[in-house]
Design a protein around this ligand. Structure first.
Ligand SMILES: Nc1nc2c(ncn2[C@@H]2O[C@H](COP(=O)(O)OP(=O)(O)OP(=O)(O)O)[C@@H](O)[C@H]2O)c(=O)[nH]1
Ligand SMILES: [Mg+2]
Length: 203
């Protein structure tokens, strides 16, 4: 995919704030600090379009980006970060769930897992939930620059087994710092975007 234009459109906490129109969307989800916003910047060749931080909990609402005037990327708030209050945590969960369950324009969800750690119960629950609702899902193992190639293979096997990654779902080792996995992930996103609306979805 050649990125000709990429811009931040809006932030939203509820469906009334989602962008209007019929542009297809791809959403990025995963634990706080796993690298969702960094991955979006890396895919779009922009350093600071999506805001990133060393501290988990940076992205707190749904952030919509318009790419090539044609489709949206949706940067979702992270889940599973223990230090936010229970209340906030629940409202984040609600925000993510509401979006993922009620957005007909959603063509696919990219679920990010940190390559250095086995999937958590939150990751497994998220994956189960996405599969249950019949979403097209692709898995990305982030921060691949932080492990050597032997360990990378081993960790990918663990993720594939524990999540689990089903037949037909991609699992891509990715690094926002080195660009590893970028072309493969764009190919997957291209495919998701070219699909007809709502194939296989259970609403
Ligand atoms: N080495 C390395 N660091 C990364 C990579 N991706 C993200 N990081 C770092 O991980 C931290 C978190 O990145 P973010 O992109 O803000 O993570 P996020 O998933 O958007 O986090 P929330 O918005 O809190 O949910 C930042 O310090 C990034 O620089 C990567 O591929 N390699
Ligand atoms: Mg973020």
């Amino acid at each position: 995919m050649k990125v000709l234009s990429a811009e931040f459109i809006k932030s939203a906490a509820a469906p009334s704030g989602y962008p209007r129109g019929q542009r297809p969307e791809v959403a990025f989800c995963g634990r706080s600090n796993v690298g969702k916003s960094s991955l979006i910047n890396s895919l779009l060749n922009r350093r600071r379009l999506a805001q990133t931080s060393k501290t988990p909990g940076k992205t707190r609402t749904l952030n919509f980006f318009l790419i090539n005037e044609h489709f949206h990327f949706v940067d979702l708030p992270g889940y599973g970060y223990a230090k936010v209050s229970r209340n906030i945590h629940e409202s984040w969960g609600g925000m993510i769930e509401q979006y993922l369950s009620k957005r007909p324009l959603l063509r696919g969800a990219i679920l990010l897992i940190d390559i250095r750690h086995p999937p958590t119960k939150f990751d497994r629950r998220m994956k189960e939930w996405l599969d249950h609702y019949g979403h097209s899902v692709a898995l990305v193992a982030t921060k691949a620059d932080k492990v050597g190639s032997a360990s990378r293979r081993k960790q990918l096997d663990i993720i594939r087994r524990d999540l689990p990654v089903l037949d037909g779902q991609s699992l891509i080792a990715f690094s926002s710092s080195s660009g590893l996995g970028k072309d493969r992930l764009w190919a997957v996103i291209d495919q998701l975007l070219s699909r007809e609306r709502g194939t296989g979805r259970k609403d």
